[in-house]
Write a protein that binds this ligand. Structure first.
Ligand SMILES: *Cc1c(COP(=O)(O)O)cnc(C)c1O
Length: 419
């Protein structure tokens, strides 16, 4: 519900009976059909829960696709955004704001940067990767190496680096020079890399491919090979960054990164705690200066309200020991899920979790879960993705574990969709 003084302006309360069915009907008549029919119409959130237009409550185990790091309506985030918007909401990049500078400094610090590190702010993950792609082009080298299964976004450049044919095919020709290497195969990378390679672009954990961590040693090998051949190592941490894996950045997890620091890191999803913001973080004088004056730009990127959201999100993660909490809670959840008969395998890093189901289509289980009050995402035909708010507790997660336990092993469900 919006406040009484605002509703007449926004029109949200007008022309409807307010039911989910009425809103879904209006959605279908007014929004482009790119996402299919929305699963529910959500009107309110608090902590790890959201409520739909019909008054039902859900445990949000997706968090807007790994975005709502602090859950919904977190008081610190709400206050920071409101205060900034009430002070100075937007200025364009002809001007600087203290909020923007403070967030850039904070990102350099958590990314293990130094005096040669720099930040470029965007509004989304795909824009962050688009900027990284332009940085790669500025090396003057023609080839960009990406991994099969990788997802980097939907704008043309980010899409060119995304391997999924169904996403690419309708939009060809895409920007050229991109090649896809088999996932986690160091030999393939060693064969492909050379003096004409601008960048190797990868995710430490492939999120959209179903939470697939790179095999141990791959990132370190990619770091060594890119350094040897003068190519950039670009880590897309849009989904894995900002605490999702229990580290500020996934490649800082020793098991994944082995101490390797990429040249370019892209961020978005969790960074604003739900407010749209993305960022590109570069390390090294030669990398940080590849985009010079006039070579890239954005109207909204670096917006102080978005930056305030970023600072508040990072501040709460630090103040409340959230990284540690994510590691502990993720371990608990992984063990609890792995013990269930309906679960064949759990792939997880912190609170980025894929549950591989034993003989049950993930879409069917996701439907049952929704009916039972749990929002999960069938990320592949056989796996559910869980990416709850980073602040979720084991007590809050337990009902979902019990729900999955009640499904048994691949047989008839004990919970029926429509009783
Ligand atoms: C979501 C995602 C993107 C795209 O981010 P948008 O904000 O949707 O544009 C890029 N890379 C990865 C790894 C992602 O998970």
């Amino acid at each position: 519900m919006t406040g009484g003084g605002v509703a007449p302006v926004t029109g949200v309360e007008a022309r409807t009976d307010g039911s989910a069915a009425a809103w879904t009907d209006r959605y279908g008549r007014s929004l482009m059909n790119t996402f299919g029919t929305p699963r529910r119409v959500l009107v309110r959130g608090e902590g790890v829960h959201v409520w739909d237009a019909d008054g039902n409550r859900y445990l949000d185990l997706l968090a807007g696709i790994a975005v709502n790091a602090l859950g919904h309506a977190h008081p610190t985030l709400t206050a920071a955004v409101s205060a900034q918007l009430g002070t100075l909401g937007h200025v364009s990049n002809f001007f600087a704001t203290p909020t923007q500078v403070a967030l850039a400094e904070r990102l350099v610090q958590l990314g293990g940067g130094d005096a040669t590190s720099r930040v470029f702010f965007t509004n989304s993950g795909t824009e962050a990767n688009e900027a990284a792609f332009k940085i790669a082009r500025r090396t003057g080298r023609p080839r960009v190496l990406c991994l099969e299964g990788g997802f980097h976004g939907r704008t043309m450049g980010a899409l060119a680096m995304t391997s999924k044919t169904a996403y690419r095919a309708p939009f060809e020709p895409l920007p050229g020079g991109v090649e896809f290497l088999s996932f986690g195969d160091v030999d393939a990378l060693e064969r492909a890399i050379g003096p004409d390679v601008a960048a190797v672009v990868l995710e430490a954990v492939q999120g959209e491919a179903g939470v697939r961590p790179l095999p141990p040693g791959y990132l370190a090998a990619a770091r060594r090979l890119t350094r040897d051949h003068g190519a950039l190592l670009v880590a897309d941490e849009v989904q894995t960054g900002i605490g999702r894996t229990g580290h500020w950045l996934a490649h800082q997890d020793d098991e994944l990164g082995g101490g390797a620091r990429p040249d370019v890191v892209t961020l978005a999803k969790g960074l604003g705690g739900g407010f749209p913001i993305g960022a590109v973080l570069t390390h090294g004088e030669h990398v940080s200066s590849l985009l010079g004056p006039g070579q890239h730009g954005t109207t909204f990127g670096g917006n102080p309200v978005a930056a305030a959201a970023g600072l508040a999100t990072l501040g709460v993660i630090e103040r409340d020991g959230v990284l540690d909490h994510v590691r502990r809670t993720g371990r608990w959840l992984t063990e609890a899920l792995a013990a269930l008969p309906v679960v064949a395998e759990v792939r997880a890093r912190g609170l980025l979790v894929a549950v591989e189901l034993a003989g049950r289509p993930s879409a069917e289980v996701a439907d049952l879960a929704l009916e039972a009050g749990f929002i999960v995402n069938p990320v592949t035909p056989t796996a559910l993705r869980l990416a709850p708010p980073l602040v979720v507790t084991t007590e809050q997660l337990s009902p979902f574990v019990e729900f999955l336990a009640g499904l048994g092993a691949g047989g008839a469900p004990t919970v029926t969709p429509e009783a």
